[in-house]
Design a protein around this ligand. Structure first.
Ligand SMILES: [Zn+2]
Length: 414
């Protein structure tokens, strides 16, 4: 159906861009919170354990991964914005009082009035909590990994009744999910317990709330140092990996496909495009191929299943393909140009495409239109599709705006 997309996309994108701003009152609000819409539709996460015959990740796996990346983004926002953690790390805005000559008409003269000046560097200062938070998370990850290793070693030493190594070993699963900060380190990912713990440390200083039972009578805890300790090379490289990974998290948050009306279509197409992308690796050994953002999501998702990834790469591309995220911009730009050319020649489709909600909803609508056998050939395609796209995108945007505002009652579809 890709032949349909090109000529229509540009016009429709324009149409939808022009008309996407609607007054807030356009949609009515849910009457009670149980009427609130659930976005994304939970069906997208179904069949998580299903696997595709062609060894590629499923849409459900990509959706879960996207949701998890969104949780990392939210974690960082909450760490940076936490005033509890400001106290833990002994951070406070440096307000200055200056005296300004002001004319007071009541006194009919100039007086020097004290004025408080805001600390302009405060927001920047607060961001320092994040790298420090990562330090703690990295240490916790190492401890967690040691425990899991010993648990797995114990299971490996177990034998079946006939004395052979346990046949259930490959089914061994983590007894429970680690907290979010540890998961974040592992993904190179649901309870941000480290954040709570550190905030409690700040409270123990008696800064925030009355001492609770545990801290009563105990020595007051000094603020935790904001300075990073000297780290082992291993910890530093672990943290550097996570920091690079967070650039990816920001990009995913920027596109916010997880709350887009076109989510299922975007993910389906991304897996298809990733399939093609791997084909290029097979055809051009030694060429540097750069993924687009949607393909990159599927690639990252695939790598989360390390064993499956390795097997799939061997059989599909003939070798293991390492995802190097340390390349500089000039190298990436040239690689992107080459990949684009090869992709278009081989698959007759655009490689670098706009992946915004509007464009993705247009493509999904065109696909649905194309699959619809009941349609009349004379249907005014552009009108029909652009109207549906407008409705969907406007509605999803309205819900997202209300959610960010913290509304308890969200807009409902008309
Ligand atoms: Zn677009």
């Amino acid at each position: 159906m890709s032949h349909l997309i090109g000529p229509h996309l540009a016009t429709l994108h324009q149409v939808s861009k022009d008309k996407t701003r609607l007054p807030d009152s356009h949609f009515s609000k849910a009457v009670c919170s149980s009427d609130n819409p659930t976005i994304p539709n939970p069906d997208i996460f179904k069949n998580l354990d299903g696997s595709r015959k062609d060894q590629l990740p499923t849409t459900a796996q990509c959706a879960v991964h996207l949701e998890l990346l969104e949780a990392f983004h939210a974690l960082r926002v909450s760490v940076i914005g936490s005033s509890g953690l400001d106290k833990t790390f002994g951070l406070a805005p440096k307000t200055k009082t200056v005296y300004r000559r002001t004319y007071v008409s009541r006194l009919r003269k100039y007086v020097n009035e004290p004025t408080k000046i805001k600390d302009s560097g405060w927001e920047e200062e607060r961001r320092k909590k994040w790298p420090r938070y990562l330090d703690f998370a990295a240490e916790r990850f190492v401890e967690w990994a040691k425990k899991i290793d010993s648990l797995m070693a114990k299971r490996a030493s177990q034998t079946d009744s006939d004395g052979s190594p346990s046949s259930k070993l490959h089914e061994a699963q983590l007894p429970c999910l680690p907290p979010l900060d540890i998961l974040m380190l592992k993904d190179n990912k649901i309870e941000p317990s480290l954040c709570d713990y550190l905030e409690d440390l700040g409270k123990a200083k008696g800064l925030d709330s009355p001492p609770n039972e545990a801290s009563e009578g105990a020595e007051p805890v000094a603020a935790v140092s904001i300075k990073s300790p000297h780290q082992s090379a291993f910890l530093s490289s672990l943290i550097a990996n996570v920091t690079r990974q967070l650039v990816f998290v920001d990009k995913m948050h920027g596109h916010l496909w997880i709350r887009s009306p076109a989510l299922p279509g975007t993910l389906d197409r991304a897996v298809e495009r990733y399939d093609n992308y791997l084909e290029l690796f097979r055809l051009y050994p030694g060429k540097m191929l750069v993924p687009t953002l949607d393909i990159d999501l599927v690639w990252h998702t695939h790598q989360l299943s390390a064993h499956d990834y390795k097997t799939a790469m061997k059989s599909r591309c003939g070798r293991f393909i390492n995802h190097d995220d340390k390349l500089g911009k000039p190298t990436l730009d040239t690689g992107m140009e080459n990949t684009q050319e090869l992709y278009q020649v081989h698959f007759g489709q655009m490689y670098s495409i706009c992946l915004c909600w509007d464009c993705e909803a247009v493509v999904s609508a065109l696909e649905a239109y194309d699959d619809d056998d009941t349609r009349e050939l004379t249907d005014p395609l552009a009108d029909k599709v652009s109207n549906q796209v407008l409705r969907d995108v406007q509605y999803y945007k309205a819900v997202e705006i209300a959610r960010r505002r913290g509304d308890t009652l969200l807009p409902v579809p008309r």
